[in-house]
Design a binder for this molecule. Structure first.
Ligand SMILES: [Zn+2]
Length: 364
């Protein structure tokens, strides 16, 4: 498919090495060319998943009915610390195979299970072991400070594994700064000094919101090198700051909706001119298939449009926004300063914060 030429039926594609050498009908091929008969199939570019926790592939499908509280408790508090480097390797390897098998040829591996240099090395080894394009997003959800950023291992990896100009596996940081501190400022500076892209989970209902965005904006932490994941529970002012900085969003609509993190902000991003990409987040909970992410995102976007009529018809049933209330509990020490606090979807009692998502309710 090509925006200018549309769908090209009964067309051949000639690949030479890693390059598409020609596209056309009845192409002549050099001797000994491997021919793949794709008659009746659709050939399309590989998908890009901009946020997937590959290390969690080891527990694929385990959390299909989880709330976010379950995820934080089991994945990050109880099971996560049990992962050994070889477990990370196995999970990342399987994660890459699964991604490629689903047509995801580029994936950002949000590797927040990299809790020691050995775990990080194992994650990187696995990404290199499977054909496919990956960006290793070095992260550590288990640290109590940003010592893992400045400790030397990132510089070592940059020199030893990521020095090539055109390699398929590259590196960025996933700092996940959810609240401000001097430590976090230093981590941002560290990334800027090395020209590394940075990602953060952001705008998560009950966990991170306006203050997070303000801190990033005031510390040169929102730029075209910044990706914010979810960014769902935010005000117009926050989206304005994101747009002004030039940052972009990774939207995991199944995750935002199912885990109660906020409503997928496609419409808000569009209104503010913020670029977006799609992602799957984790196969512990959802699939790794972008054919699942795409209709989910479209449904959420169109569902919101029907949920917020600007002028409801008189005397006809309509919908209105009903704020939901959640509570949050103090963060676990095991989650450290990155503030992976527990936002309880089970106990809707309250610290007064309400979600901005839209729940249809019948009007009397
Ligand atoms: Zn995530």
């Amino acid at each position: 498919m090509d925006p200018a030429r549309g769908v090209l039926p009964e067309t051949d594609v000639l690949v030479r090495g890693t390059t598409i050498a020609a596209v056309g009908k009845r192409l002549s091929t050099p001797a000994h060319t491997t021919v793949i008969d794709a008659d009746g199939a659709l050939l399309l570019p590989g998908f890009v998943d901009t946020h997937r926790h590959m290390w969690q592939t080891a527990l694929r499908g385990v959390g299909a009915d989880w709330t976010i509280t379950d995820y934080l408790e089991w994945m990050l508090t109880r099971w996560g610390p049990l992962f050994r480097p070889q477990d990370i390797y196995a999970a990342n390897y399987l994660g890459m195979v699964e991604a490629v098998n689903d047509g995801v040829t580029t994936v950002t591996d949000w590797s927040h299970g990299s809790r020691t240099p050995e775990h990080a090395d194992a994650a990187v080894d696995a990404l290199f072991a499977v054909p496919g394009r990956a960006r290793y997003a070095y992260a550590n959800a288990f640290a109590s400070d940003f010592g893992w950023v400045t400790g030397g291992h990132i510089d070592q990896l940059l020199k030893t594994r990521f020095a090539g100009a055109d390699q398929l596996v590259t590196m960025q940081l996933a700092l996940d700064i959810l609240s401000g501190s001097e430590d976090a400022r230093q981590a941002l500076r560290f990334a800027r000094d090395r020209d590394l892209r940075v990602g953060h989970h952001a705008g998560i209902f009950g966990m991170a919101g306006e203050e997070q965005i303000r801190f990033l904006a005031e510390n040169d932490g929102l730029s075209p090198s910044t990706m914010l994941v979810h960014a769902a529970a935010l005000s117009d002012d926050a989206y304005r700051r994101i747009a002004d900085g030039g940052a972009h969003l990774s939207i995991s609509s199944e995750s935002e909706l199912n885990a109660g993190q906020g409503y997928p902000p496609t419409a808000k991003a569009r209104r503010h001119g913020i670029p977006i990409s799609l992602s799957m987040d984790t196969v512990v909970w959802w699939s790794g298939d972008m054919f699942s992410a795409m209709p989910s995102t479209l449904s959420a976007d169109r569902g919101l449009a029907t949920c917020t009529p600007t002028k409801p018809a008189r005397r006809s049933p309509t919908t209105r926004c009903a704020p939901r209330t959640y509570s949050s509990t103090p963060r676990s020490a095991a989650h450290g300063h990155s503030a992976w606090t527990t936002s309880s979807a089970r106990s809707p009692r309250a610290n007064g914060r309400t979600s901005s998502c839209c729940a249809p309710t019948p009007q009397r």
